[in-house]
Write a new protein. Structure first.
Lengths: 114, 114
């Protein structure tokens, strides 16, 4: 998508503090961190929201979790724990319409989750 | 797992308010709802935490998102929005060690997510 911020990041057109990448995914630190570790994991493929996932996207969506596991280990938070959050549309606070999984860690995360 | 609460729910040994199920997944309402819609989506397969996901589990993990999309539509919250949350270990508040995705909707969900 020509004007999608996260597409530009994944293509390297906008800089980001990248912590993980492979052929399918890229992960970088949130510029507005809400916890000591706050990383966004995105598919390289542009999918706007969870409502737009097709059956053929299930493997790539599952890979978000595999990447989260790897990044949590890199960050040293696997054992203490981490929260994964995906927002869909306005009431959830989605602001960039390219699916992204938030990984938050490094502090106690309260309940409810917002 | 013999003593896993969510394994017992998916086998029908403990009742739950089920909103969706197929061969791979089952989804039911949280008994302690934190929003007007609060559903838990779990793989039938016992996987304790995100740290325990294998590469072969990626498709099933992706199906959690497909189920979320279906359930959001059933609940009439697709357009307004919904938040998906997966907690791993203590600092995130994971209490049942069988992977579950929370789907919360029906109110504005604040930021940070806990």
């Amino acid at each position: 998508m020509h004007d999608c911020l996260f597409c530009k990041i994944q293509k390297g057109e906008i800089p980001a503090d990248i912590v993980f990448q492979d052929d399918d995914l890229i992960a970088f630190r949130d510029v507005n961190p809400q916890a000591p570790t706050h990383v966004l994991i995105i598919p390289r493929q542009h999918i706007a929201t969870v409502n737009d996932i097709a059956g053929s996207d299930e493997t790539i969506m599952g890979k978000l979790f595999s990447a989260a596991k790897i990044i949590a280990a890199q960050e040293g938070v696997s054992d203490d724990g981490y929260r994964l959050v995906v927002n869909c549309n306005a009431q959830a606070g989605q602001t960039v319409f390219h699916i992204h999984m938030h990984l938050l860690a490094g502090r106690n995360l309260s309940w409810p989750p917002g």
